[in-house]
Ligand binder design. Structure first.
Ligand SMILES: [Mg+2]
Length: 351
């Protein structure tokens, strides 16, 4: 295994998990409340639970299930030659739904036969304020697509879970597949194009581009998609703000609160660009605001984790993040892609 590449894959998933964990205690707090509780600079350290772990939320849980789905699709493609990738990932999301204690109409077969290893990880069954759109879209028994919208939601539940797509596919495919996987639950362009952007930026970084170039290349991809005006406007504003200003909460405010897809990716991109060499500063800026702190923290952490690798993440953060070893194992499997072995087939059966 290429050691360097492995570092970036691990950095991506661990980075997202620590951003998620840092933002979780303040997800539903306004900035003024955060400051009152944690001091003038806001929250700057992970909050550990009684087991000494910093808890992850639905953002990281769903990211792990995206990875599971992609790896199971990879098994299927390698063994059978054909595979409808979004359907295999949809099945993985139904397993996530099961971990949250919610039933899916028509999904009984899938949860009756819980094979593979991800859905056997006990800690994933914790409920950490899962997004209501993901729960309702997945429970209705129909898989959304870009052509057949399942709803008109532009919430950030799609963009927060697609980082593994960028690790596995080259930029054009990463954009398209990122959109397709988000559209399973989010039918508004803001809900799925933001996911395309996220996956595409990561893919460009894996290909070796500098951060600014990766963001520009992803914006170029975005511009070719129908319905991209709103998303395009906000992401360009994030880039402009990052060029014109010293890092500030006020600049961040102009990008919204991150509850919807395009705001979440725009906030992340702003934080990344202003603190591209400092993981801690970028992620702290990304969680200390009025809005959806764990989601904007997770996206920022995913992308900057690819840029800087695990060594760029403060050890005191990644060492304490819940499911650290499992997250590392999934990152390593994404890096391998497929392996014809009994161990692999047991972990990632091809359906
Ligand atoms: Mg969350």
């Amino acid at each position: 295994m290429d050691r360097k590449r492995k570092e970036f894959f691990r950095g991506c998933l661990l980075g997202g998990a620590v951003g998620d964990a840092l933002g979780w205690p303040v997800e539903f707090m306004r900035l003024a409340e955060i400051k009152k509780r944690y001091g003038e600079r806001g929250i700057e350290n992970l909050v550990l639970n009684a087991d000494g772990k910093a808890e992850i939320t639905d953002d990281t849980q769903l990211t792990l299930f995206t990875a599971e789905g992609l790896l199971r699709a990879s098994t299927r493609r390698n063994l059978r030659g054909n595979c409808h990738l979004p359907t295999v990932v949809y099945h993985a999301y139904l397993r996530w739904l099961h971990t949250q204690g919610v039933k899916c109409k028509g999904g009984e077969e899938i949860v009756k036969n819980l094979d593979g290893w991800v859905s056997k990880i006990k800690a994933l069954y914790a409920r950490r304020a899962p997004g209501s759109t993901c729960l309702s879209a997945l429970s209705n028994g129909r898989m959304g697509t870009i052509e057949k919208h399942i709803n008109n939601s532009k919430g950030c539940g799609g963009v927060i879970r697609v980082a593994p797509v960028g690790l596995m596919f080259t930029k054009k495919d990463a954009f398209k597949i990122g959109c397709e996987l988000a559209a399973i639950t989010h039918g508004h362009p803001g809900g799925y194009l933001s996911a395309g952007l996220h996956a595409c930026i990561i893919s460009c970084l894996i290909e070796g581009m500098e951060l600014e170039d990766a963001v520009s290349a992803a914006i170029q991809e975005l511009a070719a998609y129908p319905g991209s005006e709103e998303c395009l406007g906000l992401i360009n504003k994030a880039v402009e703000l990052a060029q014109d200003n010293d890092p500030s909460e006020d600049a961040l405010k102009q990008l919204g609160e991150g509850w919807v897809g395009e705001e979440a990716i725009a906030i992340a991109v702003y934080c990344l660009l202003v603190y591209k060499n400092d993981f801690k500063k970028a992620v702290c800026l990304a969680v200390n605001h009025d809005g959806d702190s764990d989601s904007t923290g997770a996206i920022t952490g995913n992308i900057l984790g690819v840029c800087l690798g695990v060594e760029g993440i403060p050890p005191v953060w990644w060492e304490h993040v819940e499911l650290r070893d499992e997250i590392i194992a999934v990152a390593d499997d994404l890096q391998i892609g497929f392996e014809e072995s009994e161990r692999w087939l047991k972990k990632y059966p091809g359906w």
